[in-house]
Design a protein around this ligand. Sequence first.
Ligand SMILES: CSC[C@@H](O)[C@@H](O)C(=O)COP(=O)(O)O
Length: 386
Amino acid sequence: MLQAIKYDQGNLEILDQLQLPFVEKYIPIRTAEDGWNAIKDMKVRGAPAIAIVAMLALASELHTLQSAEKIPASSEETKALIAKKLEYLVTSRPTAVNLADAAQKLGAVVTSQAEQSGATGQSVVSAFIRGAEEMMGKDLEDNQRIGHHGAEWIMANATKLGVSDVAVLTHCNTGSLATSGYGTALGVIRSLVSKNNLRHAYCSETRPYNQGSRLTAFEFVHDKIPATLITDSMAAALLADPKAGVNAIVVGADRVAANGDTANKIGTYSLAVLAKYHGVKFLVAAPRTTIDLATKSGNEIVIEQRPAAEMTNIKGPRAGAPAVDGNVALETVSIAAPGINVWNPSFDVTPAALIDGIITEVGVVEKGSDGLFHMEVLFNGAAPQA
Ligand SMILES: CSC[C@@H](O)[C@@H](O)C(=O)COP(=O)(O)O
């Protein structure tokens, strides 16, 4: 499996996703500022991966300060220093809630440590670092559970229709590259493979920034999962094609509101509309860190606008250019008429009405008899197991 994030005791490296699939190169992230830039520039993507890299970037900076004996002696001063850095990290990208959730949880860890009697700057830093490191391991375990629950749900539905192996379409980037490992929607596909239930996977190119063709397709090839790439505009034809026989669409999420409305990569909403028309199950796979009960509906979700150049330009290896120090020369080519106006929202919101189930690490939530999602069951121990 690919590994987007490598971390060991204050040494953080990420696989530079701007260079994939042409160059596999890890770059060091030493400070919160390095983390902020890597997230903003999309060297790391995917809601869970963004959150983990942000927290580990700050953990790495604190490790360095610790080695240089530059941590303030006072626990209150250290708490304020960490709180300021967390606030800054959250400003890197607005839509995925995992980052804000991680910052809020580790902020609470720091506050609680600072309130202990005898707390010092060192003890507060150690509590933060421990919390950040634990997040990475927890995300991997959550993804494996999501994969299991999602595959069970899909197969339970397929079996009712007499189907023993399924074809699944996915969108954007939800695998090992978007998480600490295994993946969310791609984790469901991985789990179907491990149970011998995957007939075929399809991934959409995911215009404009091509996370599907550059990252998901790369993972499929790397992990030898039988898969085919389509352009986003081919999805309707694929669903209408009995030879493809797509049984389910599974996507990730950047923020799921309390009513189940889901913000995810632009193009997700179109797929959900198509799924409804074709009677194909539409599922969202995400850890509970992506569920934002404080956001009542999709109307409240801030959608990030990305630079026009991410739509009007495309990057690939320069033909015939030799690799230097493992770096392939990448070239940017314009593919749009100069001067044209561009609208480039990075995400859209899929209304809950179009979603059949939300797959989490504690089970799959479906709508109740009132036709509504009750997301709070995921947090009160009443979550249904698939
Ligand atoms: C497993 S995370 C799901 C989403 O974060 C993913 O589909 C996505 O939208 C990624 O967007 P990106 O803008 O590349 O960070």
